[in-house]
Design a protein around this ligand. Structure first.
Ligand code: SF4
Length: 358
């Protein structure tokens, strides 16, 4: 199969039916042992220092790996992708633009998918066949998520890793199914995480320092039981067609559509506190204002840029947040706090630079 780079989660069923093997350039970037090298490729080509690291990483991967075709999402992900797409064109890559409808609507999604299907010269039926083929892998991802929050057998990092990897199923959904099935069998032999551990939600785009963050939280007595966007990548609400599946997928749509998924999950998963991750120079950081108005749980906003491990500063902020949650937890007689009124808002120090939020 011919490789096609993708810049975020897209209807891969259509790409697979068209004979392409989707490669999520974000995942390749962040799992590289030396991601800085890929960012340097972009900066040497002229990408500004104050451009999001993910965009530069995607570009670096495409250049280094000689990807010659990229599906770029122009609506429903990132405005920077539009200019990234133009640079890809300049470099001679074949780019296929894809725009999610501006609101979740099954008929509009159907039309959008049909347009992509037509571009690739396939049929709706062929794409729907692939949807059925991926059903097992998506169900396993759903089971992994349940074993995380309900049974306490899967770590926050494992949850993140397997859900985020469902954007392209690591290039081979059969192998994804095999490895994930094995983990789901093995995890049943584990001792569940203790009930006393704090239960956290992680909302926002995946972090650049994922492994370090989840491990650090667990060492501090807290675990992530809800990875919002990663879970959305795995398509938890699939319906009966691709149009239904990609209309229920909340990430491309309004932040209020995301909240309609987030709020019930916080309640269901008995979350004590929320970490909102924002990427430096990303427009999505502004959404923090809305989350803080609508989510009535303690919230810590963490910003990452190009540090692939937690800095001392971030560790200190996380520790302070967890200490506060632990005190509240004890105060409530260990009863999980459902929608309390306390909110730990970030303060700005050293002027107006958002990267110095405390
Ligand atoms: S983190 Fe924000 S700016 Fe960066 S690629 Fe994602 S949406 Fe775009």
């Amino acid at each position: 199969m011919k490789q096609i780079g993708i810049t975020t989660t897209v209807p891969i069923e259509v790409l697979l039916a068209g004979g392409y093997q989707p490669v999520d350039l974000n995942n390749v970037f962040v799992s590289d042992p030396d991601p800085e090298r890929l960012v340097n490729i972009a900066e040497r080509s002229g990408f500004p220092i104050n451009c999001c690291t993910w965009i530069k990483g995607i570009y670096g991967v495409a250049m280094e790996q000689g990807i010659d075709t990229v599906l770029c999402v122009t609506t429903g992900d990132c405005s920077n992708t539009i200019m990234l797409m133009e640079v890809f064109r300049l470099k001679g890559l074949h780019v296929i633009p894809f725009a999610y409808p501006d609101h979740p609507d099954v008929s509009e999604m159907h039309r959008t998918l049909q347009s992509l299907i037509k571009k690739l010269g396939i049929t709706v039926e062929a794409a729907e066949e692939v949807r059925k083929e991926l059903e097992r892998a998506r169900s396993l991802a759903e089971e992994l998520d349940r074993l995380t929050w309900k049974d306490g057998l899967i770590s926050g990092w494992e949850n993140h890793f397997w859900l985020v990897s469902s954007s392209d199923f690591m290039g081979d959904h059969i192998e994804y199914e095999r490895q994930l099935s094995q983990l789901l069998v093995e995890c049943r032999e584990r001792k569940p995480y203790p009930d006393e551990m704090l239960r956290l939600a992680y909302i926002g785009v995946p972090p650049v320092f994922a492994r370090d963050l989840y491990d650090f939280l667990e060492r501090q007595g807290a675990r992530v039981v809800f990875n919002e966007i990663q879970r959305q990548f795995a398509m938890p609400h699939r319906g009966n067609s691709l149009a239904e599946q990609y209309s229920s997928y909340t990430y491309p749509y309004s932040i209020f559509d995301r909240l309609s998924d987030i709020l019930p999950q916080l309640y269901l998963r008995r979350v004590d506190g929320v970490i909102h991750y924002v990427q430096a120079f990303c427009h999505r950081g502004i959404g923090d204002i809305i989350f803080r108005h609508r989510i009535d749980l303690p919230m810590l906003t963490l910003e990452g840029n190009n540090d692939y491990l937690l800095t001392h500063h971030l560790k200190t902020r996380i520790e302070a947040f967890l200490d506060m949650l632990k005190r509240r937890h004890r105060g409530n007689g260990n009863t999980p706090s459902l929608f309390s009124t306390v909110s730990l808002r970030p303060r700005f120090v050293g002027g107006s630079n958002p990267s110095t939020t405390l």
